[in-house]
Design a protein around this ligand. Sequence first.
Ligand code: GCW
Length: 552
Amino acid sequence: MLYGAFALIRSLVCGDKELCTKQSPSKPLRMLDHWDNADGSIERGYSGNSFFFKDGRLLVNERSVTYARLLASVGINAAAINNVNVKGPATKLITDEYYAPLSELSEILDGYGIKLFLSLNYAAPMELGGLDSADPLDERVAAWWEERMRETFAALPGLGGFVVKADSEGRPGPFTYGRTHADGANMLARAVRPYGGRIIWRCFVYNCQQDWRDLKTDRARACCDNFEPLDGLFDDNVILQIKNGPVDFQVREPVSPLFGRLKKTNCMAEFQIAQEYTGQQRHVCYLIDFFKQVLDTRMYTGEEKDTVGDIVCGMTAVSNTGDDFNWTGHDLAGANLYGFGRLAWDTSLSAEQIAREWICMYYGRDAELSDTVCDILMRSWPVYEKYNAPLGIGWMCTPGYHYGPDPDGYEYSRWGTYHKATHETIGLDRTPSGTGMTEQYNEPLKSIYAHPEKCPDELKLFFHKLPYDFRLQSGKTVIQHIYDTHFEGAEEAAEFVELWKKLEGKMDGGRYERVLSRLIEQSISAAEWRDVINSYFWRKTMIPDEKGRELY
Ligand code: GCW
């Protein structure tokens, strides 16, 4: 009834001729992960502060209801409301300090078909329970969790379960005790099982204390290295949450190879609509086509249905919402929130169909307006990629903050994200002659990625170390590709401003001005990316631009 009502409204608003439709969701679990902290800040939040938390308190108000309706209107049916980095007061969300407001929130969400999830602190038995260990095989630890979960589910019967970030970026986990992630996840899964709870266990586990001089360790391998050997060892109420790519939400990455390697384990895909690396909601970057490409990628598991979309039981996205009155900071980032939900509901929809729908719902049915906004949205991800780091290499952004260019910012850091540019070559050899990461894919992906000619251009520098005069499938050399795409990307970003200006008078309530000011900022930032990246490579290589454009 709920989804039918929203589908009817959508059809009426969009002027569909056929109002009768029969639909069922592509995926049972369609989720949002909020990285909201108890103090009201949001990790990687670009649209104000949290509307769930303020100064350690949980907020339940009119916005909670609007939020639930907003999510339900696009088919989302689960939400984890606190940051996966669970620290301070957030650890206590599973205590009676928070049960009363949580129960209120859970009921509101439930009214819209949404299950409340919380993120857990793996070390809670120590931080809350006063134990001297969080060892998953220690009976005292398991007993502590059982008791805590008994109490928590009694207070919050609608709770869906928990998301866990363990042994990742300084967060505690089973590795401390020489245990595996299956040991850790199963201990929790058993504690929540009697209440129908689920444990969503993140696979974002890698060594973030890498020495950049160490040429053997490859962060991109970590997800498969850590989790593939555990296939089949997880309880059936555990779901492994795998980031779309093997590293971390860059504008372009190959699909995580782990999707192709789990035969006996539930898994879901984690995307990021919070635009951490894609312009922080100050740039327009409509990501749905990228997500769609991920879902459509065949993993060659030997099963008949073998795309990522076939393999996963659900999808989640790191949310781009905050307490800004338009929810997402950039009005056009609303298309990512809307689009993610719609895609999770129906993975067969195209990014353009979804964009058109969103435009209709948000701006109305004016044809010129629809064409222009759709044109901007559909070009926005490719444009962002053009002026960002080239050919899948990623990470040429300002360390920590992740906005704006800094080509060597991460090069000598501990984060395992290196491009290794010299005056002759750039890129990491991930083939068997290098780190061997390509071996984690099934054939034919394995051979395609390992072969410098066959590897798709957009991933060339993700998988290969290549000379600047290497010829891409496009016929261009690597260096000329870098120059050309950066000039083009900045030009197109400037063009977005002109396109938008044509829409003046076609929308009200500040919607024109808000987007215009962000597009202007984007065009300035894109020019900065262009000049910093191009100059960086010009200075490294001293190879001139064939077209003689200005380099610095
Ligand atoms: O992309 C990185 C972010 C961290 C984040 C981490 C993760 C929540 O920079 O801020 O922490 O990923 O996914 O756990």
